[in-house]
Design a protein around this ligand. Structure first.
Ligand SMILES: [Zn+2]
Length: 259
């Protein structure tokens, strides 16, 4: 068995985990430069940079930053990485509008963090948009629930392996205290269920979590360090099913009050 602590490692082919135990950040090493998926909390910036360098890459070579959704733990270091590399930023059009809208829904206040000034992403992603970075292909699906504009990614690696990430799995934003505090519609819960079912129809051989605890990233690290294959064709379905069960439990213990 490998080291107990989660650290940067290669998941498969040109796909790497470079986040921390708190939040996932992923890196794709492509012929079109380095592609990042999310950038963690602001405080994670130096760790992420160290991780990129430790794997033998140059942070200045980041050419694209994809965001799963507009919460502070996923875009917290984006401004600094863009300043360093000139990378183009990607976010769903829906979450970009919310991020730049009148109400701060980035979860910074709830976590006691400073609010980051909003920015517009260079590429406003719509449902079904596809992007090619060298021999790596990324298909984006709009999967509302955790936020209205959460993006899920299906990444086809050069060897044909499809890695996928549900862009937001937390129930925190679907709780009645949060929804009522901001006057948000409770329909997000059924949106989330529809998103899970839509995703379950898709092929995935390697599940990426946008928080490592959601998809046993530590276990994948141990496997990878033993030289084993981290791919598992059954994991995606099990992961999505367990989330739908979690949604049922949320609805049971925290019902939407009748109006
Ligand atoms: Zn979130």
């Amino acid at each position: 068995m490998g080291e107990a602590t989660l650290h940067a490692f290669r998941l498969h082919e040109n796909l790497y985990f470079i986040g921390t135990e708190a939040v996932s950040v992923h890196l794709l090493d492509t012929e079109a430069g380095l592609v990042l998926i999310d950038t963690g909390y602001p405080v994670m910036r130096e760790t992420i940079l160290e991780n990129i360098r430790a794997l033998g890459f140059a942070p200045e070579s980041i050419t694209a930053i994809l965001h799963s959704h507009a919460h502070v733990d996923h875009f917290g270091s984006t401004r600094e990485f863009v300043a360093l590399s000139g990378a183009a930023t990607y976010m769903s059009r829906v979450d970009d509008e919310i991020f730049n809208g009148p109400t701060d829904l980035t979860w910074a206040k709830e976590l006691g963090l400073r609010v980051i000034p909003p920015f517009h992403s260079d590429v406003l992603v719509e449902d079904g948009d596809e992007f090619t970075f060298g021999k790596t292909h990324v298909r984006c699906l709009l999967t509302p629930g955790h936020t209205a504009g959460t993006l899920s990614f299906f990444i086809t690696l050069p060897d044909g392996t499809v890695a996928a990430m549900l862009g937001g799995a937390g129930f925190n934003t679907m709780s009645t205290p949060f929804l009522s505090a901001y006057g948000l519609p409770a329909t997000c819960r059924e949106d989330f269920r529809r998103s899970l079912r839509r995703l379950s129809a898709e092929r995935c051989e390697l599940v990426l979590g946008n928080h490592p605890g959601q998809t046993n990233t530590l276990g994948k690290m141990w496997k990878a360090e033993e030289g084993k294959d981290v791919r598992d064709a059954d994991e995606w379905g099990c992961f999505l099913t367990s989330l739908e069960r979690g949604l049922d439990k949320l609805i049971e213990r925290d019902p939407i009050p009748a109006t």
